[in-house]
Design a protein around this ligand. Structure first.
Ligand code: 5RP
Length: 282
């Protein structure tokens, strides 16, 4: 593998333990001001030092992340659809490699929509992006986006992950599912698991633990961290599973301890999360 590409990958997936904790804050690219990511700078700042890499768009990188950081950036370079538009899968590549280099990113990321109306367009775009990125030694993270009509099951996810790897993606992001080993075993490149919708903290820790046990290198988690009433304790608990080999009981204990020590930040304190309010007492 080319030195530059290998070096960038090593910044995202720690070569010592083959683990990775990516913080996802790219949601606004099609969701607009997502709950608790309305002000990206406020959401990102307290969490930045606890993640191995940050997944975001160029707009958020420029406006909301300090250029003094040593945290590697995973830049989303696809877009073109919105939550109220006709079809979420109608994405194109919206950022050039020149721009990615100018932003000094460690990887570029795009979504591919296997089984959707625009499947062909997004798979071809992935192949083209890999060719363009490899010229500069930049790894590509393929996000296996799942349409509403497609189930998050091992049969479908292994199909999507394998297609991404065959197109040359260097890391594949997917969802955890039953029989997850089937997905990791049949994908020749590292798999990182997306957190998905907000669930109770302990369940998100269980998801992280199961994903790693099932062969993933880690998680690319967003909402389950920054939509928590206690985002810093949450990312630190998730980190203890990814890098400290903590089990779920140990991570949850750490979370509760840190919650007592840390007051929730203002942005989160002022606006209790609806899901948390209804379903959870921590
Ligand atoms: C959005 C993404 C997100 O980065 C991904 O879904 C991870 O965030 P979350 O843990 O909130 O699901 O790719 O398309």
């Amino acid at each position: 593998m080319d030195w530059g590409l290998q070096n960038r990958l090593a910044k995202i997936i720690n070569p010592q333990n083959n683990r990775s904790l990516m913080l996802a804050v790219d949601h606004g690219y099609f969701l607009g001001p997502t709950e608790r990511l309305e002000n990206p700078k406020k959401t990102i700042s307290p969490l930045l030092k606890y993640c191995d890499s940050l997944m975001l768009t160029r707009g958020v990188q420029r406006t909301s992340v300090t250029a003094n950081t040593s945290v590697p950036m995973v830049l989303r370079v696809s877009g073109g659809a919105s939550i109220i538009g006709e079809d979420l899968s109608q994405e194109q590549i919206t950022v050039t490699m020149k721009e990615a280099i100018r932003l000094n990113v460690s990887a570029v990321a795009m979504s591919m929509f296997v089984g959707s109306k625009y499947e062909n367009q997004t798979i071809v775009n992935l192949g083209r992006l890999v060719s363009a990125a490899e010229e500069y030694g930049i790894p590509v993270l393929a996000v296996t986006a799942v349409g509403k009509e497609l189930g998050k099951d091992a049969r479908y996810l292994s199909l999507a992950c394998r297609i991404a790897a065959e197109q040359g993606a260097h890391i594949v992001k997917t969802y955890y599912c039953d029989d997850f080993e089937k997905v990791t075993d049949s994908c020749p490149v590292p798999i990182i698991v997306a957190g998905g919708k907000k669930i109770p903290e302990r369940e998100a820790m269980q998801l992280t633990y199961n994903s790693i046990k099932g062969g993933a290198v880690g998680v690319d988690m967003g909402r389950n961290i920054w939509q928590s009433d206690n985002p810093v304790p949450m990312i630190r608990a998730i980190r203890s599973i990814v890098h400290g080999n903590a089990n779920v009981d140990q991570a949850f204990k750490l979370y509760n301890q840190l919650c007592k020590e840390n007051k929730p930040n203002k942005q989160n304190k002022n606006k209790p999360n609806k899901q948390n309010k209804n379903k959870q007492k921590t």
